[in-house]
Design a protein around this ligand. Structure first.
Ligand code: F6P
Length: 495
């Protein structure tokens, strides 16, 4: 594979780009599904966008996108479709119908729980990991702060301290245990679920299994584990784990926020789906974001990208995006098996503003590495404090983008800022289910667009298997056959 990437022959600075084009802001900002995007402080130009759009054409982007929405088996290594958009009503008609029937089943169970069918429920202990935890955790943390329906804890880590933290504050007799696992075989989830059941039994819950809800694409495994069929909420095998919050995996979201909010979340995402599907490349938010990603990773050698949520409610967004982007696009070969001749996904990292300003922004402003930064903020405040708080938050967000770009000269090199450091800004009107749904769908499609241009399959994750297998063989077979360092560590820990 030869180098396909556009060439930034003129390589102008951001200041020069703004100076040369008075309409730069209009050209490089757009609104999609109610979300405002600004790429004007990146080095993208009309020429580069045209080149990337041509490259997308050459790499069969439009056909790949059609195949995604048509439910074709685009996850070729596992011979299945990737049908998260069908959960939002945007997909093959039979897949949309199946998703609707699973949603109807989920809603009926929520109604029954609300009507008291499982006894008094005040606490929801959601156990899952990776895609079976990160989405619910993000959404409930972002949108459930004022909801007083249920107190939800998402427990993912196999470290017992995580479960302890939840069980310490929960009443076992008022707890619903939600076991979320697409495969229903993930060892951390199964161990945490068994321990949670034991906690309920030891604390006087007569029928702990009667308080379990399973969210899974393997209902037969959940039944084998002891969950009654009526409390199993299935979802399609073709919905990938890290794309699954729209499916039954979203059960705790719907429970905590209410069904109407869950529907708004789906509708917000569907609006972004339609934008992604039909907007021309130069005005297509996920595609433009992917062009900027590829510009920095392929043309400027950036090895990381940073996302800062200037909103406490979105503090879990960077961790969510780490799985979405790195588990999807951290691959070194094409589906043909041929090695990529260029880097795949950069490392996604980030944090919350303004805290991050006092911790990691030094490197962004003055370090030797170029890190494209993404700011995510909301215009409307979500707090009960004086409006000065939200104003200060937004002012800081905008100031950082301006400072990264402008830099500052000084006679003292230690006090000089080189500037010309890129950032993009995503502005929501408010943090509500529809806009967060649109935002997450935007990130999904951007990840997909990156994958198509990189020439990789974003929907498998074989890279996570080896560590799991080795953990299993250490448990089952001991240290025989392992390297001396691993043997010594095991010997020291378990002696
Ligand atoms: O180990 C990676 C992974 O397979 C993720 O892709 C997935 O989201 C997570 O584990 C959890 O898997 P499951 O939902 O099957 O428990």
């Amino acid at each position: 594979m030869g180098n396909p990437w556009p060439v930034d022959a003129e390589r102008r600075t951001l200041a020069q780009l703004f100076e040369a084009d008075p309409a730069r802001v209009e050209r490089l900002t757009l609104e999609a599904a109610g979300v405002y995007f600004d790429w004007s402080k990146t080095h993208l130009t009309n020429g580069l966008i045209g080149d990337f759009a041509r490259l997308a054409g050459e790499r069969g982007f439009a056909a790949a996108r059609d195949a995604l929405f048509q439910g074709k088996a685009i996850n070729t290594s596992e011979n299945r479709a990737a049908e998260h958009t069908a959960e939002r009503g945007e997909g093959a008609p039979e897949s949309v119908a199946r998703a609707r029937s699973f949603h109807t089943r989920m809603r009926a169970l929520i109604d029954a729980i609300e009507a008291g069918a499982l006894g008094e429920i005040r606490h929801v202990l959601h156990i899952g990991i990776g895609g079976s935890a990160l989405g619910p955790d993000l959404l409930i943390d972002a949108l459930g702060r004022d909801a007083d329906r249920y107190d939800v804890a998402v427990v993912s880590n196999v470290d017992g301290a995580a479960l302890d933290e939840a069980t310490r504050r929960f009443d076992p007799n008022a707890t619903l245990l939600v076991v979320a696992s697409k495969t229903f075989t993930t060892t951390e989830t199964m161990l945490n679920a068994a321990s949670a059941l034991a906690w309920m039994a030891e604390n006087g819950v007569e029928d702990p299994y009667g308080r379990v809800v399973a969210l899974t694409a393997a209902p037969e495994k959940a039944m084998e584990w002891g969950v009654d069929e009526t409390r199993i909420l299935p979802f399609a095998e073709s919905v990938g784990g890290r794309y699954s919050l729209w499916s039954s995996i979203g059960f705790p979201i719907a429970l905590a926020l209410g069904w109407d909010s869950f529907e708004s979340l789906l509708e917000g995402a569907a609006e972004m789906d339609r934008h992604f599907r039909f907007a021309e490349p130069a005005r297509n938010a996920p595609l433009l974001a992917a062009f900027a990603d590829l510009y920095y990773s392929q043309l400027r050698g950036c090895e990381t990208r940073a996302v800062f949520a200037y909103d406490e409610r979105l503090r879990l967004l960077p961790s969510y995006l780490q799985q979405l982007e790195m588990e999807s696009n951290g691959k070194r070969v094409a589906p043909s098996g041929e090695a990529l001749a260029w880097p795949s996904a950069p490392v996604t990292w980030g944090g919350v503003g303004t805290d991050a300003q006092h911790a990691v922004f030094q490197l962004l402003h003055q370090g030797t590495r170029l890190v494209p930064v993404e700011f995510v903020a909301a215009i409307e405040a979500g707090d009960a404090q004086d409006e000065a708080h939200h104003r200060a938050l937004l002012v800081n967000c905008f100031a950082q983008g301006a400072a990264l770009m402008a830099g500052k000269a000084s006679d003292d090199p230690q006090r000089a800022y080189p500037g010309d450091r890129p950032s993009s800004t995503i502005l929501l009107d408010r943090v509500d289910p529809a806009s967060v749904g649109a935002l997450i769908a935007f990130y999904e499609h951007r990840t997909f667009a990156n994958a198509v241009l990189l020439g990789i399959n974003p929907f498998d994750q074989f890279g996570v298997e080896l560590g799991k297998q080795i953990a299993k063989s250490i448990e089952q077979e001991g240290t025989e056959g392992f390297d001396a360092s691993t043997r010594a560590l095991i010997g020291r820990a378990f002696a």
